[in-house]
Ligand binder design. Sequence first.
Ligand code: ADP
Ligand code: MG
Length: 238
Amino acid sequence: MLEVRGFVKRFGSRTVLDHLDAVVDEGRVTALVGPNGSGKSTLLKALWGEAPADSGKLLWRGEPFDARSTAWKRQVGAVPDDDALIEGLSIGGHFALCGGLSGLSPATVEDRSERLVRLFALEDAMATTRMADEASRGNRKRLACALALLGEPELLLMDEPFSGLDAERAAALTSILRALASRGLTILLSCHDDGITRRVADRFLLLRDGKAVTGQIGELPRGPATVPDTEDLLPWLG
Ligand code: ADP
Ligand code: MG
């Protein structure tokens, strides 16, 4: 179980996470949801140690930990929203670099990266793209997912892993994540697509006014269908 206790994160006078308490169950997919700007990326960055909270505590399996520690970073597979790929480095180069940072031998990196390239259907991208940052958004996102699985993460933290994926690739990622959760991985992912969220997740963690509401995915509230009146707001058109 991942526990977030009393998390506070402020940017200037704006409090994004306001003494947030939340629990993420192991072996489940938890969807981190909430409106734009509600703090999903902020929470994920704090959890993978990129931008620590101002105050609060983190516990994994009951033990407090420092999200910036190397030990924690080795336990976590992180998929940042911007993919965090390195300019001028090939896809193969990314596997080699991430594998090296995770302390894997070159032979292990080669074996695992071949499997991950197949799993995430990156063969074409590898053959046609010289540098990873030149790949399409969907290919970059799938590469980021593959890199997150190169080590032996117990927890996957993924910021909008479905963004940029076509319907077929989104369905493939959904079944990969379901399979990983059934093998015991804990997955926390942000997703702004309500349909995908309901298909992939067991549970939700909804951020609202800096606090968290959690529950089974079937209990996730349907968003209010407030559609602006285009006749009223765009009177010069039509
Ligand atoms: P979400 O991912 O839910 O859309 P974010 O976590 O990216 O939301 O952002 C939450 C709020 O924090 C937003 O109002 C955003 O403008 C603000 N914010 C995020 N990062 C920074 C930053 N580095 N500096 C100032 N404000 C930030
Ligand atoms: Mg975000």
